[in-house]
Structure formats: C-alpha cells, structure tokens
Design a protein around this ligand. Structure first.
Ligand SMILES: [Zn+2]
Length: 233
C-alpha cells in the first residue's frame, strides 16, 4: 500500500473531525451567547427599575397621607376631649382641623396619581416577565435538543480520534509534516484524489505521465496546478 493511501485515509479522518468540531463550536456559541435572551433580559431589568421608582413614590405618598390622618386625629381628639374650653382656642382647633383636612385631599390626589402610575408600570413589568419566561422556556427546549446533539457529537469525536490513533502510525514522519503544512495552507485539503484524469481539489487536468507517477508506490507526486499531494487508487 502506498504512502499516499495512508495520507488520504488520514485526511478523511481529519476532515470528519473538523466537521464535528465545527458543529460543536457552533452549538457552544449558541449555548453561551444568546443575543435575544440578553435583549429580553435587559428590557425586563429596565422595566423592573422603572417600576421600582414608581413604587417608591407611591410608598412615600401613602406615608404622607397616613401622617396627615394622624395629625387630624390628634387635632380632633383635642377638640372633642372637653379639655379645651376657651372659645378662641376651640375655634383655632376647628380651623386647624379643616385646614389639615383640605391638605389631606391634595395628598390623597397625589397618592392616587402615584398608584395609577405604579399600576401602569406593574402591567408593563408583568408583560416583560411573561416574555422573558416564554423565551427561557423556548431556549430550555432548544438547548435540550442541542445538548443531546452535543453529547452525540462528543462521542462521535472520541470514536474518530481513536480511528486516527490507529491510522497515524502508518504515515511516515516527514510525510506527516508535509501533510500538516499543506492542510493549513490549502484550506484543509492537503491531498487530492485523481478523478477522471483531473485533480479533485482544483480541477486541473493531469498529464498521463503525472498520473503514472502517482500510481507508482515509490514516489510522491504533486498537482502541477495547486501543488497538493495527488492520490490515485
Ligand atoms: Zn490540483
């Protein structure tokens, strides 16, 4: 068996490994870096921050209303306790109570507005949460398929690498060095088969003399056009 046969076999194996590795890299990229998820997550977080602000405003408004009610209660309990007998003081307390109640109304308006604003942001946040949950569920399903494909490919890769270990000792060291160099510079194809008298990699027609040389077991021959190693069976 010729050296080129072993090299050709090695290239078949290496090409298979490359193909498996390319898909593995693709899958890893999809699993690691999902732009859609990043976008939807960022939108959700922005909505969350907005809602946090309106909620804080609402709590503050509620607090103001509560404090105002306490003030009114205190004023009225003083007024109706019977302890204040001076008509002028009674009148002052009544005025104070009325004024506090008027201000309470405007505080309650502020509270109502804050509540409406917060409700609106809550709705937006709930929608964003729904979108995020739906996307996550979709990705989990897609990823479980990808994870299955990934583990299948890993097994496949292990199997091919074992094949490579078996094939490699048949290749001479200097030929292997040449093969590695050519595979790097010639986009993964170091050795080309002869098909219908032509180079299968670049398509150039090969002279009968060259084809004869390729068939000889003793020496290696190269495509006169693309300089790849030629293999003829
Ligand atoms: Zn060629």
């Amino acid at each position: 068996m010729s050296t080129t046969f072993h090299l050709y076999r090695l290239q078949e194996i290496d090409s298979e490994i490359d193909k498996v590795q390319r898909r593995l890299d693709e899958i890893q990229k999809i699993l690691d870096d999902n732009q859609e998820l990043k976008r939807v997550k960022a939108h959700f977080e922005a909505c969350e921050a907005e809602q946090g602000k309106t909620e804080k405003t609402l709590r503050k408004a509620e607090d103001e209303v509560k404090k105002q009610r306490v003030k009114i209660e205190q004023t009225e309990s003083m007024l109706y306790s019977g302890n204040v007998k001076n008509p002028k003081e009674v009148q002052d307390l009544q005025k104070k109570s009325e004024s506090l109640k008027r201000y309470l109304l405007s505080l309650e308006d502020v509270q109502l507005e804050a509540m409406l604003a917060n409700d609106e942001k809550n709705d937006v946040l709930r929608e964003a949460q729904k979108d995020l949950d739906a996307l996550k569920a979709k990705l989990v399903q897609e990823h479980s398929q990808l994870a299955g494909e990934q583990s299948g490919l890993e097994k496949e890769k292990t199997r091919i690498l074992q094949e490579r270990d078996v094939a490699l000792p048949a290749v001479q060291a200097d030929h292997l060095e040449l093969y590695n160099k050519l595979r790097k510079s010639k986009r993964g194809v170091a050795i080309a088969a002869i098909i219908d008298g032509g180079c299968s990699a670049c398509g150039a027609t090969l002279t009968p003399a060259l084809q004869q040389k390729v068939r000889s077991v003793a020496q290696m021959a190269y495509c006169s056009s693309c300089q790849r190693i030629l293999y003829g069976n």
